[in-house]
Structures are given as C-alpha cells and as structure tokens.
Design a binder for this molecule. Structure first.
Ligand SMILES: Cc1ncc(COP(=O)(O)O)c(C=O)c1O
Length: 461
C-alpha cells in the first residue's frame, strides 16, 4: 500500500485560494532555503525505520495515520500556523475549534458544555482531574487498576491522593470493590474508563452512577480511546447501556488523535457544567486584546496550541459528521466487527488461549503450549510463546503488540498458574480495513503459529 500522493494537487489549489485572502499584502520573498529537497530525501530515508502504521497488516498498538482531509487541512493551516491560545493568534481556527468541540459534546448529548482541545489524553485528563481536585480539595481520586497509568501519575503531579480499584475478570472496575472503597468517605473523584488501553474494557457506568447518587463524588470519564464508540451500532447490550449514560459524567476526555482520524497532538476535554471555567481564571497581560469574546487560552492550562489541529478536526467532522449510522460511525462498527471476528477464530482454534469477548476493537490472546507428557503447560510458557509469535508474525509483515496482563483474564483450562500475569499478544483493530483484511491476517498468524510450534518441538528435542 503506497502513500497517498494524489491529494497534493488538492492542497496546492487550497493554498492558492487561501493565499488570495492575503493578496493585498506586498510580496514578501520566502527566505531562500539551501537544500530542502536534499534534507527531505534524508528524512524520507530515516522514516523508513518504522513499523508500517498506515497498513492493515499493522495490527498492534493504538496507531493509525490521520484521514487525508485532516492531513491536508493541517498542512494548509500550517502555512499560517495559527495559535489557538488567543483569538489574536488564531481567529478562524479558534472559531473552528469551538465548533468542532461543540459537535463532540453534542455526540454525548451535551447542548452546553465547556471544553477545548489539548495535546492529548494525558493533558486532557490532567485538566479534568485538576478541576475535580479544586472542587473536592483534600479528597481522593479513584480509578480502576486497568485505568491508564497516567491517572496515578497525574494525581501525584496535582498532589491528590490516588487509589486503584480492583477489576473483574474482564478488566472492568468492580462496583462492589468501588462501593467498599467509597464507604471510607474520603473520595472526591471516580474515574470511569470507557475503553481501557490494554483490553478495551468498558467500566460499568450505570452501576457507578448509582453509587454516585449514594456517595456524591465527581465522575470523570476517560473515553480517550473508546469515546467515539458511542456511535457504533454493534456494541454488546452492556456496553451500549454504559455509553448511553456517558452524558451523565461531570467531565469527559476523548482523543481525536486515536479514533477521530487526527494527527497526534489532538486530545479533547469537556465539562458538563460550563461554570467550571471560573477555576481557570488568570491574567495574561500580553494576549487577549482584539476581542472581548472567549479566547481559548482563558479556559485551558496550556498556552500556545496548534490552530492547525483544530482546523484538521473541523475539516474531518465536516466531511464525516459524528452521526449514528453515517460513514464515520460505520467505520467504528467495522473495527468492532473485525475484533469480534478475530476473537471467534482464535476461540475456535485449540492452539490459542483467549480472554473475554472484545467490548470494542482490542483482542488479546496467547499461544497454548503443547502438552509434553504428564507435565501441565504453564503460564510462563504461554508468555514465552507470545514473544516468539510476535517476532515470527513480524518476520512475515504482520505487526502485533505484546501486553502483560493478569492471568485471570484468560480462559486457562489446564494451564498451570506459575505466574500472576501473562504476556499475551494484543491487537488494536482500529482501521476499518482490518475487517476486509482478516483472512490475510489470519493466514499469516497461522503460518507464524506453525513456526513457533516447530521451534517448541526443536527446543524440546
Ligand atoms: C484510556 C486512555 N486514557 C489516556 C491515554 C493517554 O493518552 P495520550 O497518549 O494521548 O496522552 C490513553 C492512551 O492510550 C488511553 O488509552
């Protein structure tokens, strides 16, 4: 699969059109650049040292390239390089950010909100917990033990105490454990993860909301990876119930640079109650001059921010609206279908150990060691085989990921538990094309598994 070059002509035409808006200015020569072409050729060579994130045979980490319209709109905006800190630095792009963010808020049923773009999920969660911490000073933050690792670190940065809540065998926060923890009366904020990073598990939001009624905490939803799945039409009933209540959270984080088809550097934080904007109040003696309207810097922790990221997001949502049943929503459903299809094939094949049915588009599995005489296979052998399968698949151009997860997530049958965690294969099937490529993916996986089978036999000889 080659890289898209056809759309460069569209970019040229758009640059000319944008340039006409500044035609009244006297000509200013570009500074002569000695050898842009040579350096770019060098860059192209250097960039070949990468996994092929753009290709459907990359089925590893949570990575894929942005949509063409996002790339082009970003490149177009970069010729101006607006800064969305202030309207003075990016008038059009700030307005586009407000519109694009409002569309995301509407996807969760919020007609009013406070929100903006940030550099990514970590910064977005930091802002949400920073607000939560100010509203409940001295109280603790809870998130599940499968929540993104940055929640405990962010809490440390904010000097908020953090505790991890145990998960059930499907990687979701255990409401019983949460209730026991809440009974101590020292919790200010609970983070519900809508799609964990490792397994795509969705925390049981309806149960957590019931506990909020009883215990009165602030609820933050980390939907950095999973948020857009609210548009999918093929979630399991439990998952659907959780997504349908996402709008009841106090704050939501969602990353357009994960499932929203954007280049990196695009996260989003949303607050249900716009009045939390007061907590951001600050003076900036050098900005905010040309307009009395809201400057996005007045409601964000970061100062300079790329206007181009907002332009790219706006253009993408213009082309692919965030509507149920529409093309973008269908692409998310396809990702989940791909994950379910891979899971079913793995489950039906005795060579593999599987975990629970994927809730979103992440599948985890491990090779099952061949039984050698009366001695039972062990978890540590599964982990070793996973590492070998990862390498054998990569040799055949299929790129998977590895994850170290609680062994109890897996249907272990007769495998002996000589370790609490298992290193497994992990695939985020986040390209809708993965569905059509499943036969190819499976065929390579099959060959790679046969290869480690023979290696095991050899090692045992
Ligand atoms: C659930 C979740 N939250 C937060 C993050 C952190 O986001 P970022 O890498 O954009 O900072 C991730 C990243 O994968 C994530 O999956």
């Amino acid at each position: 699969m080659s890289f898209d070059k056809q759309t460069l002509e569209i970019l040229r035409a758009a640059l000319e059109r944008m340039g006409q808006g500044f035609a009244r200015l006297p000509e200013a020569d570009d500074a002569a650049s000695p050898d842009v072409e040579g350096v770019l050729a060098e860059v192209a060579e250097r960039m070949r040292d990468n996994f092929p994130y753009h290709h459907p045979l990359y089925a590893g980490q949570m990575m894929k390239p942005p949509h063409a319209v996002a790339r082009l709109a970003y490149a177009l905006a970069m010729s101006l390089n607006p800064n969305n800190h202030a309207l003075d630095g990016g008038r059009a792009s700030s307005q586009m950010e407000k519109e694009a963010v409002a569309e995301i808020a509407r996807m969760f049923g919020w007609e009013t909100h406070l929100g903006h773009l940030v550099s990514g999920g970590t910064m977005a969660n930091l802002e949400a917990l920073w607000v939560a911490g100010q509203l409940a000073p001295g109280k603790k933050v809870l998130a599940s033990e499968q929540a993104h690792y940055t929640h405990s670190r962010i809490s440390g940065v904010l000097k908020l105490e953090f505790d991890a809540v145990p998960c059930d065998n499907r990687g979701r926060m255990d409401p019983g454990a949460l209730e026991a923890r809440l009974a101590r009366g020292d919790v200010g904020t609970v983070v519900a993860t809508m799609g964990t990073t490792a397994t795509g598990s969705v925390d049981p939001l309806p149960e957590i909301l019931t506990l909020r009624e009883r215990h009165g905490f602030r609820l933050h939803a980390d939907a950095a990876y999973g948020g857009y799945f609210t548009l999918a039409d093929n979630l399991a009933p439990e998952g659907r119930r959780a997504y349908d209540r996402l709008g009841e959270a106090d704050s939501i984080v969602i990353d357009p640079h994960k499932h929203g088809l954007q280049p990196y550097g695009c996260g989003c934080v949303l607050f249900r109650d716009p009045s939390v904007g007061r907590l951001y109040k600050h003076d900036s003696p050098y900005t905010y001059f040309t307009s009395g309207d809201l400057h996005l810097g007045e409601i964000s922790l970061e100062c300079s921010r790329p206007g181009a990221a907002a332009v790219a997001l706006w253009a993408t949502q213009r082309l692919l609206p965030l509507e149920r049943g529409a093309e973008f929503a269908q692409s998310l459903s396809k990702c989940r279908s791909a994950a379910l299809a891979l899971y079913e094939r793995l489950r039906a094949d005795r060579r593999f150990l599987v975990a629970f049915t994927p809730e979103l588009d992440i599948v985890i599995w491990a090779p099952r060691p061949a039984a050698t005489g009366p001695r039972a296979a062990r978890i540590s052998e599964c982990s070793e085989l996973s590492r070998r399968l990862f390498a054998e698949a990569a040799k055949r151009n299929l790129h998977l990921a590895l994850a170290q997860l609680p062994a109890r997530f897996f249907a272990l049958d007769s495998v002996k538990q000589d370790a609490g965690t298992l290193t497994c294969l992990r695939s985020v099937l986040m390209k809708p094309e993965h569905l059509a490529w499943l036969d190819r993916i499976w065929s390579i996986l099959d060959q790679a598994t046969s290869a480690i089978g023979s290696q095991t036999a050899k090692a045992g000889n």
